[in-house]
Ligand binder design. Structure first.
Ligand code: HEC
Ligand code: HEC
Ligand code: HEC
Ligand code: HEC
Ligand code: HEC
Ligand code: HEC
Length: 279
């Protein structure tokens, strides 16, 4: 058993934090928080990270929209393989794809060629929106380290422990070179504030290349993103580009807010007085 007690304590704390945050920022209306990123909605581990692609198929009588599942792909391929090399956007429903592109071996067709995986003629496997899906993430990924959130898989640990080796390139080859630099992002815009954030480059650069983030999401400078705040993150900007949708979700507050909380001076004084009395 994983320490469920520890998790439930964490979750309760997280919920209290979240409630405070939402109250303090005066509700969700107009904030850009959508159904997908609303923290009040329970998430299903089987469908966390799934993207419905319906740009071209929304009004089609011929086929259903496409459902793409990240968890079935991310054990084999890095984010870079698809997002940098094949041109899929980090924002759902924005990549313009036609069936003729797929038949020509672009986008999904780069791998769904009948050799690497099933071919372009198996229409219903991709065009599956609204059809009953074989779920069972828990069974299929049972050998990977567990987590309490998202897909209930600790993907970062799975890579670190070598349980999965997401390839750098879409042909299944290559490895990304990690950059080892932890950056502390102090939380300054809110009092009382949660613990400071630590951003680890290593866990990111084994799956993403520099251009995934620099400069499109983050200025490449410590303290260079002063406009960043928690509401923007929840609504899918900055860290929320990935963590509101595919990587471990925003609900897991203390995985980012991981720095020891500052000791509050007043309490220290009281503690000293207590100690003196006890002597
Ligand atoms: C096998 C290809 C593939 C891999 C690997 C992959 N993605 Fe994606 N990703 C996609 C596709 C396809 C979309 C949908 C794009 C669209 O609809 O325009 C997508 C969309 C997204 C979105 C937007 C989701 C939404 O609901 O708006 C995010 C965020 C994302 N990916 C992050 C990641 C991260 C982080 C990784 C690595 C852990 C990753 N992806 C790995 C193919 C992939
Ligand atoms: C490997 C996955 C995959 C397979 C297999 C596949 N498609 Fe698609 N198809 C897509 C994606 C992704 C889109 C873009 C969806 C969107 O943006 O709405 C698409 C778009 C379409 C469209 C929208 C209009 C157009 O011409 O682009 C039609 C129609 C279509 N597919 C028909 C088919 C048919 C028929 C088959 C089987 C012969 C098929 N697809 C097999 C992934 C697939
Ligand atoms: C980089 C290569 C690659 C790309 C790009 C890719 N796939 Fe796949 N896909 C695979 C492989 C390999 C498997 C088989 C995974 C396994 O069996 O472990 C797979 C499995 C699947 C499955 C069956 C498992 C499931 O999710 O239920 C579907 C459906 C699927 N892909 C849809 C898509 C769609 C739609 C796209 C494009 C939007 C796409 N794939 C892009 C390599 C890719
Ligand atoms: C997942 C997103 C992400 C990826 C991928 C990423 N970085 Fe960063 N990087 C950040 C963030 C966040 C910061 C801190 C910005 C801040 O403090 O406001 C940062 C800061 C930096 C800094 C500034 C450090 C300083 O002390 O001023 C450098 C240099 C840097 N990154 C290099 C890289 C390189 C090289 C790569 C590719 C190997 C890379 N980064 C990949 C998110 C990323
Ligand atoms: C472009 C996508 C992307 C962005 C932007 C991003 N991350 Fe991540 N992050 C990932 C991926 C992929 C992982 C691997 C684990 C996972 O997917 O759950 C990860 C993992 C982590 C981990 C876990 C490390 C470990 O070893 O357990 C932390 C902490 C983290 N991210 C913090 C941040 C913070 C803080 C920011 C914003 C400053 C941020 N991330 C922005 C994609 C992203
Ligand atoms: C993916 C990483 C990540 C996760 C998960 C996360 N935060 Fe944050 N949080 C940040 C970053 C980065 C900042 C911005 C720090 C700065 O620049 O001031 C921040 C700032 C904040 C602030 C300061 C006020 C503000 O708007 O900037 C509060 C309060 C906060 N977070 C609460 C939470 C709560 C509650 C949760 C869980 C529900 C949570 N955070 C989860 C990364 C994260």
């Amino acid at each position: 058993m994983l320490s469920n007690r520890r998790f439930s304590v964490k979750i309760t704390l997280a919920a209290a934090f979240a409630a405070g945050l939402l109250l303090s920022t005066g509700a969700i209306a107009g904030s850009g928080v959508t159904w997908e990123t609303d923290l009040r909605r329970a998430k299903n581990p089987d469908t966390y990270g799934n993207v419905v692609m319906d740009r071209a198929t929304r009004d089609s009588k011929e086929v259903k929209p496409v459902v793409f599942a990240h968890w079935t792909h991310r054990s084999k391929y890095s984010c870079k393989a698809c997002h940098t090399d094949l041109g899929f956007s980090f924002k759902g429903r924005t990549t313009e794809i036609k069936q003729s592109d797929i038949t020509a071996g672009k986008f999904c067709g780069s791998c769904h060629d009948g050799k690497t995986s099933f071919g372009v003629n198996e229409c219903d496997k991709c065009h599956s929106y609204g059809t009953p899906r074989a779920n069972g993430i828990a069974e299929k990924l049972k050998d990977l380290p567990k987590d309490a959130f998202g897909n209930k898989v600790d993907w970062a640990k799975a890579v670190k422990d070598g349980k999965i080796k997401p390839a750098a390139n879409h042909d299944g080859t290559g490895e990304l070179k990690a950059v080892e630099q932890d950056i502390i992002i102090p939380v300054t815009k809110f009092t009382p504030h949660p613990p400071d954030v630590m951003f680890p480059h290593t866990a990111h650069t084994v799956q993403l290349d520099c251009t995934s983030c620099h400069e499109s999401i983050f200025k490449q400078k410590k303290g260079g993103n002063p406009e960043m705040n928690m509401m923007k993150i929840i609504s899918g900007q900055y860290c929320g580009t990935c963590h509101a949708k595919v990587s471990f979700p925003i609900d897991d507050c203390f995985r980012c807010h991981s720095q020891p909380a500052a000791v509050i001076k007043e309490d220290e004084k009281k503690d000293e007085k207590k100690d003196e009395k006890q002597k």
